[in-house]
Design a protein around this ligand. Structure first.
Ligand code: C2E
Ligand code: MG
Ligand code: MG
Ligand code: MG
Length: 282
């Protein structure tokens, strides 16, 4: 019921905010209250080893429940938060919350996996990602090896020396970096050599029609081969059916994420999901 209301709320929102400029102003103002009013939560989507189905990690995904308009998707508000500078505060909240939650699972004796947090290039360019990550680790007590940061290729555009410095310092701490939406940005492959990247995420646009489109299969195959040669892990995003899974396994893609395995879930739902799977495995 709450979900349906959320959806109607968002439709109402879309109907009201027909002008882009009006929407932007509204969202900017609403985002300012969202943090202080606790309107944000994190959902977690499982990442699995394709051969065994074993859980290897979780991606934290931000959810915004507006009191009036319901659930507003990140594709709508993240760009606005980036544009008005609020992404720094929001990003810090996401880091703190993901680290706190993963540490809580660790303390509860639930087998832990790394949690992957999406970070905006702006957080790195402004130079406050490193202190924010260090603070989140310190306040939560989460071991750095249990935190992963997802960046996109847009990071490489306008990257300053400080960008690379922060990434290198964070990696020395034991944090790893994934390149999200790989293959969709405007970047050169030389950056894979220059920046400390550990994992490539094959963008879901290449996975969607994998079974029907030979070109997508060729691209996915090339990413997997390149990843192997460069000693990078490769994970496919957006796996929705068994045919996609079969093809990805065939080309040697090791890891995957998508609705076929699990939707993004609240922390409580995730604990439940893991418990049911463990009984299934035994
Ligand atoms: P992303 O990081 O590439 O995250 C994957 C998106 O694909 C998520 O959308 C997820 O719900 C969705 N997804 C997962 N499996 C499937 C599938 O099988 N099929 C389809 N069609 N979609 C799938 P979501 O949660 O709406 O997030 C959208 C984007 O918003 C993310 O893309 C990321 O770029 C951004 N985002 C989300 N949370 C944060 C955050 O905390 N900070 C920042 N800076 N960006 C965030
Ligand atoms: Mg991501
Ligand atoms: Mg992605
Ligand atoms: Mg994305």
């Amino acid at each position: 019921r709450a979900k349906a209301e959320g959806r109607n709320g968002f439709q109402f929102f879309e109907a009201t905010m027909h002008e882009a400029a009006k929407e932007k102003l509204f969202l900017e103002a609403a985002l300012r209250d969202a943090l202080s009013d606790n309107q944000f939560t994190l959902y977690y989507q499982p990442q699995v080893d394709l051969a065994s189905g074993r859980l290897i990690g979780l991606e934290a995904l931000l959810r915004w429940q507006h009191p009036q308009f319901g659930n507003i998707p990140p594709s709508r508000f993240i760009p606005i938060a980036e544009g008005c500078g609020l992404i720094t505060d929001i990003g810090e909240w996401v880091l703190r919350e993901a680290c706190r939650q993963n540490r809580a699972w660790m303390d509860a004796g639930i087998a832990v996996t790394p949690v992957a947090v999406n970070v905006s290039a702006i957080q790195l360019h402004h130079g406050n990602l490193q202190p924010a990550v260090e603070a989140a680790l310190a306040s939560s007590g989460l071991p750095p090896s249990l935190l992963e940061l997802e960046v996109t290729e847009s990071l490489f555009i306008d990257a300053s020396p400080r960008t690379l410095e922060q990434m290198s310092a964070l990696r020395l701490l034991g944090i790893s970096f994934s390149l999200d939406d790989f293959g969709t940005g405007y970047s050169s492959l030389k950056y894979l050599k220059q920046f400390p990247i550990d994992k490539l995420k094959i963008d879901q646009s290449f996975v969607r029609d994998l079974f029907e489109d030979d070109d997508d299969l060729a691209i996915a195959d090339a990413i997997v081969s390149m990843g192997r040669r460069l000693r990078l892990k490769v994970i496919a995003e957006g796996i929705e059916d068994a045919q996609q899974l079969a093809l990805l396994s065939e080309i040697g893609c090791e890891f995957g994420q998508g609705f076929f395995f699990a939707l993004p879930m609240s922390a409580d739902e995730l604990v439940h999901w893991r418990a049911t799977r463990e009984t299934m495995d035994n």
